[in-house]
Ligand binder design. Sequence first.
Ligand code: CAA
Length: 303
Amino acid sequence: MFRLSQTSLFSKISVWGGGTMGGGIAQITAQAGIPATILEVSQDRIDFSRKQIEGSLARVAKKKCDGDATKMKAYVDGIMKNLTWTTDEKQAADTDLIVEAVIEDIKVKHDLFARVDKLAPKKTVFASNTSSLGIADIASVTGRKDRFGGLHFFSPVPMMKLVEVVRTEELSPEVLAQLKDFATKVGKVPVVTKDSMGFIVNRLLVPYQMEAIRLVERGVASIPDVDTAMKLGCGYPMGPFELCDSVGCDIIKFVIDGWHKQYPEEPLFKPSKLLDDLIAQGKLGKKTGEGFYKYDSKGKKIE
Ligand code: CAA
């Protein structure tokens, strides 16, 4: 077994997949002063990723620099210097830590990790940001199961303080400590969870969201009233439907369909016609301009 020293740090990282989650992970890494490379599949995707990160950094800068335009520009430019984009897997593999944030498709992840396992140096630690697939299953195609853990961030990554650090049976205690240390360095609070379906947050959150949808399907209350109830009654920052639109209705459907397939008798995991119909119409939430609610071009809810 290849052993890393307990104190060795990740001094450069790469994020495979520069979408909403991957871009957010690279952004907070850069904000922490750690150089990050984002691997994407095309120049179009790179342009999208860069634009998304610049937009998010501008919001961070606005607060940090009290709206002073010169300081804000300097702040954004300074962080952007820590970020590099590439489509070259070999270049992106030459790093201390790889965080994978590509689509939730086990075949895509298996193909990717089988390739990168051959390209990356022995010392490189692998992590997946999957929210619904098993880490040990993803790691099974690699020869470094002791150096393969889960780093599950939350959306929007620059704002949410939590990271679930997923511990498989084979993950070495040294690497677990390093992954926790990395989460802390990028400004998050790590919690350790076993490699169990949905880990902690999604195992609780997704059934709650599905129950909210079923409640509307039964005619108990309207979508806005359920959201208002959970915000004002429980102090949640968003209601279950607002959150579904924000994360992506397709993501929630993907998770629940996968769990339903595994546990068809479990009523909490039953699919919903309301959600399925929405997705069939291409209404995936904020990202498509409509989900349970409608959004303007800036992503603001149309009341
Ligand atoms: N980047 C940088 N800053 C951001 C940001 C982003 N992407 N999103 C929000 N902000 C900051 C900005 O400073 C913003 O101020 P400006 O308007 O000046 O830009 C400030 O947050 C407030 O944002 P908003 O006014 O847009 O809205 P808000 O007050 O409701 O706060 C929120 C936004 C922090 C996201 C809050 O609504 C919240 O905490 N929502 C719950 C999110 C949640 O539950 N996430 C978990 C999802 S589950 C998941 O991710 C798991 C999975 O695997 C699917």
